[in-house]
Design a protein around this ligand. Sequence first.
Ligand SMILES: Cc1cc2nc3c(=O)[nH]c(=O)nc-3n(C[C@H](O)[C@H](O)[C@H](O)COP(=O)(O)O)c2cc1C
Length: 201
Amino acid sequence: MTTIKIITGSTRPQRFGPQVANWIKTVADEEAGAAGAEGDGVQFELVDLAEVNLPLLDEATPPMMNQPQNEHTKKWAALVGEADGFVFVTPEYNHSVGAALKNAIDYLIYQWAYKPVAFASYGSLAGGSRAVEHLRGIAGELKLYDLREQVMIPNYWNQLDDSGRFVPAPEQEETARTMLRDLIFWTAVMKAPREKLAARR
Ligand SMILES: Cc1cc2nc3c(=O)[nH]c(=O)nc-3n(C[C@H](O)[C@H](O)[C@H](O)COP(=O)(O)O)c2cc1C
């Protein structure tokens, strides 16, 4: 089974992030079903950093030494390690990635390596794009393979219905489908080479 984890990168009460993550999950499940043999055996799972509840990085040794001491680090390493690909759902805080997602990323190195990642971002006018630009640099350092296609939701508050539910625009839906099709493809393609690459370490 190929597993792609959709990580919600914000943690504050009443955040918007889960709405984006849930929407991406719905589209992802449809695309996995529609991908035929290519999507065969692909499952998408939601990961909410508010539930993972990591403290600020508190390991005595840096992640390149791969000697986690704390239970929360071991649990997080297992959760990320069993994934074959990711969608990072990110807000933009002060023109960058939020602290919760950056902190969760910083906990690990090897568990991210050689896995594809796609991005869904939201915010005001720039739609979270500046956070994603920074995440792409971080991805390079971690050997995460970032995909070009990305979902951006600018001024998302204009896309809420009367009950506060996010209503995606048709172009956003189309972009999400293209992005997720690419992610399903590359996640499947990278699985075997990833094991070889990791073995060379
Ligand atoms: C600390 C902080 C900084 C923010 N900075 C930006 C920003 O630089 N650009 C932007 O588009 N929106 C910014 N916003 C507005 C967020 O896009 C908006 O609050 C969004 O709902 C945050 O995501 P969340 O609800 O999942 O936490 C900021 C919000 C917070 C809380």
